[in-house]
Write a protein that binds this ligand. Structure first.
Ligand code: S3P
Length: 442
């Protein structure tokens, strides 16, 4: 683990070539540990992302009594306790930088007779938790949050909890998943109504573990009904490569002339893969090879060849399917011909950092022309000319891994390189990002 800050200058690079594979999907990794811990018996996981965020979830499941063991690289074994079997942890649950650990674990604990505090780093302690406190309180859990509904907070679970029918006020898979996980140990049917679809890994995996879960389309919304307190069956899970991590390489290979890079085994779940469509609409050359299904999730190899990009107006309705990819899309837009307009991205202001403000400042520092609006950025691209910032500009990442990696990509297509103030947050989601980037640009 990288506890210290580490600045780094990402230099202009030659073409990205050959084949690579990114680590396992972060969302699926969290969920496999959590559901494994709720099943009776042994779940095996291959390709687990061993980033700090997922390790925080693993530590929390251990602290609540599950037997979670690392067998080898990405190979893990979870011996579950069964629904309702979680135990009182002895210390606070430390979620580090991870919003997913925070929201999902709060949901899980909310329907157990457990009282515990939740803590996180400076970034997580600024993020809104009211969005999960509200539905979980309706289910009977009690919360003592810090001012503004934030971490650190104390949670007293409800046992038994009360099933609710909850319409999501924000398009958030974390909120949806928190309510569904609370529903696992709640008698009766817990219902989540999703007016705007978000990533559906929880639903897919709950089904895979044998949960009684139904999804219907009603009045234009997705309605998810989960019957609580039925046993989960342990599974063998193969985690696909994370499309959000692959996106950095998709954009880098698209931007750097002469690139021809294959990224193997990328998760292509339609609720996640929006960035591929948007990049293609801008002119990117991304070919899907050997599209297949692995463990209930669509997967493909992606061959990405350099192509000039043209700015577009990004349809706001695609936002949930690429919510974590906007920082790197902004870098693509900064090198495109013409103007890219993004809207409907208020959620980016409450991620690991305020990603609209952070990316606007970072791109400006490296010479891009950016206008920041309340709900999006408008970016006037260079038409492929390298970014030319002041030579000693240093980009601020604000404890946000995706800002660090996006600006690393900007460095590859800059005249003088891009200095990132702190690369240590990269370890939360993509610990081997820098060696992989080195490997494919060598
Ligand atoms: C995640 C959902 C997204 C995403 C996060 C992971 C998940 O957050 O930004 O990185 O695993 O459910 P929201 O659902 O809050 O948008």
């Amino acid at each position: 683990m990288n506890a210290e800050t580490a600045s780094y200058r990402f230099a202009p690079s030659g073409p990205l070539r050959g084949a690579t594979a990114v680590p396992g999907d972060k969302s699926i990794s969290h969920r496999s540990l959590i559901l494994g811990a709720c099943a009776v018996g042994e779940t095996r996981i291959a390709g687990l992302l061993e980033g700090q965020d997922v390790l925080a979830t693993a530590a929390a499941m251990r602290a609540m009594g599950a037997d979670v063991e690392r067998l080898g690289e990405g190979e893990w074994r979870v011996h579950g306790l069964g629904i309702g079997g979680l135990l009182q942890p002895e210390a606070a649950i430390d979620c580090g930088n991870s919003g997913t650990s925070a929201r999902l674990l709060m949901g899980l604990v909310a329907s157990h007779g457990i009282t515990t505090s939740f803590v996180g780093d400076a970034s997580l302690s600024k993020r809104p938790m009211g969005r999960v406190i509200e539905p979980l309180s309706l289910m009977g859990a009690s919360f003592t949050p810090s001012p503004g509904g934030r971490f650190p907070l104390m949670l007293e679970g409800a046992h038994p909890a009360v099933p609710i029918s909850y319409r999501l006020p924000v398009a958030s898979a974390q909120v949806k998943s928190a309510v569904l996980l609370a529903g696992l140990n709640t008698p009766g049917i817990t219902t989540v109504i999703e007016p705007v679809p978000t990533r559906d890994h929880s639903e897919r995996m709950l089904r895979g573990f044998g949960a009684q879960l139904e999804v219907a389309e009603e009045d234009g919304a997705r309605v998810i009904r989960l019957t609580g307190q039925t046993d989960l069956q342990p599974q063998d899970i193969v985690v696909p490569g994370d499309p959000s991590s692959a996106a950095f390489f998709m954009v880098a290979a698209t931007l750097v002339e002469g690139s021809d890079l294959t990224i193997r085994n990328v998760g292509m779940n339609p609720t996640r893969a929006g960035v591929v469509g948007v990049l293609r609409a801008m002119g990117a050359n991304i070919e899907e090879i050997d599209a297949r299904e692995v463990g209930g999730e669509p997967v493909a190899d992606l061959r990405v060849r350099h192509a000039p990009l043209t700015g577009i107006a990004v349809d706001p309705t695609v936002a949930p399917s690429m919510i974590d990819e906007f920082p790197v899309l902004f870098v693509a837009a900064a090198l495109a011909q013409g103007t890219t307009v993004t809207r409907g991205l208020e959620e980016l202001r409450v991620k690991e950092s305020d990603r609209l403000a952070t990316m606007a400042a970072a791109l400006e520092a490296v010479g891009a022309r950016v206008e920041e609006n309340e709900d999006g950025l408008t970016i006037h691209g260079t038409g492929g000319e390298p970014l030319r910032g002041s030579a000693n500009a240093r980009v601020k990442t604000h404890l946000d891994h995706r800002i660090a990696m996006s600006m690393a990509v900007a460095g590859l297509v800059s005249r003088d390189g891009v200095e990132v103030d702190d690369t240590s947050p990269i370890a939360t989601s993509f610990p081997n990002f820098m060696p992989l980037l080195d490997e494919v640009t060598r």
